[in-house]
Design a protein around this ligand. Structure first.
Ligand code: ZN
Length: 418
């Protein structure tokens, strides 16, 4: 007999995402490992039973003081994995929305000292306690929308000490929020103003000093580069990521966000863990991503929030056999904390089916940040990270727009509502 502290029964369905290869590609992105009329038992932070609800009482018994609840009309999915966030920043840029509406591009705003550089100034000035408070507020809202695991990038300090300070805050955020956080070093987010005309010196400083220190202190799992004209060239990006790899960090690339910059091709050549954005990637480069096993992390809210004409190329990437994952790109330019909102954009602008969007927001996103063994699926023995929705099927999460779970569990503990 299996013993459980909490047993949820009579669910319309559970999408386990626990069958098939990881990451999922092609037609397998629509296979959700569904169990209709399901029950889930949790004990000591882990799932101990996931299977038919009928007859569950003969297989699972409640511990003393345990709880059994019928959740007819509800579905359960793995807690969402947000594979790309710029969570650690100070301030906000609401005034830029009207500039964008008046026709200024992200690059126009950045070149006039606004945009990213105004966030860099605010983040450099902010006390660590303020950065923590602001980031924790974002994490609490993210978890209320069902996220239980998130990648977190540095990148708004653009100095050696500043980037290290940002990364050092992430373990504290993980403890205080209860979410699973995966840190990424993004010192190559932009050329810092001090190095605007001597980018090579900044690249050299990162390669010779910052990356080795980040790796030695265990402050990041991945390194990421913004590979784009005016930011970092493909060859600078390659040097940074090769040095990161030599220091044991995985590679991620902000690839081809504005123009074809060779980012996707570089990701394929390096065998990067992910290539992100891909808004301007030539379709001829998709095959290389598929062959190299690079996961495409799409951030479909970003072009929407940037009033860009581009849309994330979800359909052609999946058709080319590339594993597609999703992230929010949470940052002052595209401030979205809700993965269900990201999933709806993945459906209606990037043309993923609702089932593909769920795969992309769970098991494939977990793979994109190296957490596929721990996050993005539901099975007996794994940590109980789950989101419960009052919906007739799991497709409704991405079919409707911006739905909110009624309960979210992380390691078997209800973290929302708190
Ligand atoms: Zn980004």
């Amino acid at each position: 007999m299996i013993r459980a502290e909490l047993l949820l029964t009579d669910l319309e369905e559970v999408a386990t995402l626990d069958r098939g290869p990881v990451p999922r590609t092609g037609a397998r992105m629509r296979e959700l490992g569904r169990i209709p009329d399901a029950a889930i038992g949790m004990d000591a932070g882990r799932v101990v039973y996931v299977g038919p609800s009928r007859g569950v009482g003969r297989r699972v018994s409640l511990r003393r003081g345990g709880q059994r609840r019928s959740l007819r009309g509800h579905v359960i999915v793995p807690g969402f994995v947000d594979a790309h966030t710029h969570l650690l920043f100070a301030g906000e840029r609401s005034s830029e929305v009207s500039q964008k509406i008046d026709g200024k591009s992200y690059l126009d705003i950045a070149r006039s000292g606004g945009g990213l550089f105004s966030t860099v100034r605010a983040t450099r000035r902010a006390a660590s306690s303020d950065l923590l408070t602001q980031a924790l507020g974002r994490l609490h809202r993210m978890q209320s929308y069902g996220t239980t695991t998130a990648e977190v990038k540095s990148g708004y300090a653009l100095t050696h000490a500043g980037e290290i300070r940002l990364l050092s805050l992430i373990p504290q955020l993980e403890r205080r929020s209860r979410l699973r956080l995966v840190p990424t070093f993004l010192g190559a987010h932009a050329r810092p103003p001090e190095f605007a005309h001597r980018p090579e010196e900044y690249v050299r400083a990162m390669v010779q000093r910052t990356i080795p220190e980040v790796a030695r202190r265990g402050l990041a799992r991945f390194a990421d580069v913004f590979c784009e004209p005016g930011f970092f060239s493909a060859s600078q990006s390659e040097r940074i990521l090769r040095e990161a790899g030599a220091n044991g960090l995985g590679a991620k690339i902000h690839a081809d966000e504005f123009v074809p910059s060779g980012g996707a091709r570089l990701a394929s050549r390096l065998g990067a863990r992910s290539a992100d954005h891909l808004l301007a990637t030539p379709p001829a480069d998709f095959d290389g991503l598929a062959k190299a096993g690079v996961t495409a992390v799409l951030l479909p809210v970003t072009p929407f929030a940037s009033l860009s004409k581009h849309a994330s190329p979800g359909r052609p990437l999946i058709d080319a056999g590339v594993a597609v994952a999703l992230g929010s790109d949470l940052c002052p330019n595209s401030w979205v904390e809700s993965m269900p909102t990201v999933m709806a954009h993945a459906v209606y602008s990037a043309r993923l089916t609702p089932a593909e969007a769920l795969t992309a927001a769970t098991i494939n996103a977990a793979h994109a940040i190296g957490e596929e063994e721990h996050a993005g699926r539901i099975s007996a023995g794994r940590e109980a990270d789950l989101a419960v929705f009052e919906l007739p099927s799991v497709e409704h999460i991405a079919y409707r727009m911006g739905v909110v779970p009624v309960e979210v569990y992380r390691q078997g503990i209800r973290i929302s509502p708190r």
